[in-house]
Design a protein around this ligand. Structure first.
Ligand SMILES: [Zn+2]
Length: 551
């Protein structure tokens, strides 16, 4: 339940590399290249984007993660190439806090434009200026014909609906399901408007992302939602959309100080759940019993750093309780009338507004709220579901830190649709770490979510335990294949992924049962749009064999 500390987090990131696949053995490189492929100095990690390969014509970005204790206030990170022996600067950046987590890093975004270059190996030179180390590193531009055709031709396109401008990338699941997406967006916008009594001032920009980012979406004045077949963060498109649309209208309705706890609580409450429709008070009532209840003062002042699912559930249940007690209009009048207290925290501001509107302090409210939770009967089903939901998302985040670090919510690679269109960027979101080990772990996470959704908590726990065994092995430095072998269920999942891969399929979902497996899969090399095929496999000796495939 505790938050990982940044030092340990950095250690996990170091294991991640660009994907879980082992790097090319250095021995295969010619001597001169080996001597140029030095890699970042000890304690630093250099990440290349896009992930899962780089192709001619793409714009590459570099992120340098320093050791946790490095003092880099006066330091600049530079990247350059050499043309005819002369250095050509690609870009320079200082170190700064990044993302919600404010992790220290230097980012050179889209600095290496590979347009006009052919496939092959290229040496880039990096330096920490003025006094830091300098090093060179070799990067490979892959042959274009090895790239899946849909990715090679990918472009951002848009569709205007009643409510929204939907952006989607061609050749992705969002493109395939576009009409459903459009209907869903219109229905959600109507529902949010009706619920909040205010219309959207302008069309809502909704960007469908073909990779998992954070918990499945983020919002600025625009909404970015992950939509893909193997969405291991398990987010429901309509619920994420509803949640983010509430944020937009909430912002429009205003308020001088809207504490994060109430902002997220309101979006979750009005959506009727966080990642799925869920009874809020009956589930929040399980929190004290599980020992996970967060005191309101702490939750208010530290919202994004408390256990994520607990925080959202508790905040939404608190609002449900307040609406139950005073009515929505009175709650809304209070919520939009919170003001900063000089040199005070968000909880001080909340406390003052509570006294003003309801003649009680935050501590009084907490006593009453806890009494309301205690009055609720905690069913075993709700308690198990809350416990496993927390385990599920803790596991998702642990996976992201080890296997998909640019998706991890505290340091996610967030790009605006405007920038992506201006710079013609699709690869950063079209691809993600996609080794067979990544695929197997993501399929197991998605299977755990399915089991939880169906109320099969025992199976969900078994699947999550398997993923955690592998993640612990990766964190301790094991190679991906060896790590997968550390758990029989994970080893089976990898064997299924390998059997599918051998026949040109990429796994999207997985169900196991007594020597049989059923997988939804796509064929990235053959279909222009990702058509889902149901593939059945049987265990054969140590491996798995495909027995049938149907659309
Ligand atoms: Zn939110």
């Amino acid at each position: 339940m505790a938050n990982r500390n940044p030092a340990r987090l950095a250690a996990c990131l170091l294991l991640a590399g660009l994907s879980l696949l082992p790097q090319q053995p250095a021995a295969s490189a010619p001597l001169s290249e080996k001597s140029l492929d030095l890699g970042a100095p000890a304690g630093y990690e250099l990440m290349l984007l896009p992930e899962d390969g780089l192709y001619p014509g793409e714009k590459a970005s570099f992120i340098l993660l320093p050791p946790p204790d490095a003092d880099l206030n006066e330091t600049e990170f530079t990247a350059s190439r050499r043309l005819d022996g002369e250095p050509v600067l690609l870009g320079a950046a200082t170190f700064g806090g990044h993302g919600i987590g404010r992790s220290q890093r230097a980012t050179l975004r889209w600095v290496w434009n590979t347009a006009g270059l052919s496939a092959g190996k290229f040496v880039l030179y990096f330096q920490l200026a003025p006094e830091g180390p300098a090093w060179s590193q070799v990067f490979t531009l892959r042959r274009p014909e090895t790239q899946p055709p849909a990715q090679r031709d990918a472009a951002w396109e848009m569709l205007q609906t009643d409510c929204c401008i939907l952006y989607y990338m061609t050749g992705t699941a969002g493109h395939r399901d576009l009409e459903d997406m459009a209907d869903t967006a219109d229905a959600q916008a109507e529902s949010v408007s009706a619920r909040m009594g205010v219309d959207f001032a302008e069309p809502v920009t909704v960007v469908l992302l073909p990779r998992t980012l954070g918990h499945g979406g983020f919002a600025t004045s625009e909404i970015y939602v992950s939509y893909l077949d193997r969405n291991y963060a398990g987010s429901d498109f309509s619920i994420v959309l509803h949640h983010e649309m509430v944020h937009i209208l909430d912002l429009r309705l205003g308020g001088e100080l809207r504490p994060s706890m109430l902002v997220e609580g309101l979006a979750t409450y009005l959506t009727g759940g966080h990642f799925k429709a869920e009874p809020l008070l009956p589930r929040a009532a399980a929190l004290p019993e599980l020992g996970w209840y967060v005191p309101l003062r702490r939750l208010t002042d530290n919202f994004y750093f408390e256990q994520h699912e607990v925080g959202y559930l508790q905040a939404a249940a608190l609002i449900e309780y307040m609406v139950e007690r005073w009515g929505y209009d009175a709650f809304d009048a209070f919520y939009r009338d919170i003001h900063p207290v000089p040199e005070g925290s968000q909880s001080d501001a909340l406390d003052a507004a509570l006294q003003e509107h309801f003649a009680l302090t935050l501590d009084d409210l907490e006593v009453d709220f806890m009494a309301r939770l205690a009055a609720e009967e905690v069913t075993a089903a709700n308690r198990e579901d809350v416990r496993l939901m927390v385990m599920l998302f803790d596991t998702v985040r642990r996976y992201q830190q080890v296997g998909d670090p640019n998706a991890y919510f505290l340091s996610a690679w967030l790009l605006s649709i405007e920038d992506m269109q201006t710079e013609d960027i699709t690869a950063d979101y079209a691809r993600h770490p996609n080794s067979l080990e990544n695929q197997a772990l993501e399929a197991l996470l998605a299977a755990a979510e399915d089991a939880l959704r169906l109320g099969n908590t025992a199976r969900a726990e078994e699947l999550l335990a398997a993923v955690n065994v592998v993640l612990a092995a990766l964190e301790s430095g094991k190679q991906p294949t060896a790590a997968m072998a550390a758990d029989p269920l994970a080893a089976d999942a990898l064997a299924v992924v390998q059997a599918l891969h051998a026949q040109g399929y990429e796994i999207q979902s997985l169900v196991f049962e007594a020597g049989r497996a059923w997988a939804h899969a796509t064929q990235p090399r053959t279909s222009p749009l990702p058509a889902l095929v149901m593939v059945e496999l049987v265990r054969e000796g140590d491996g798995w064999a495909v027995v049938s495939a149907n659309r």
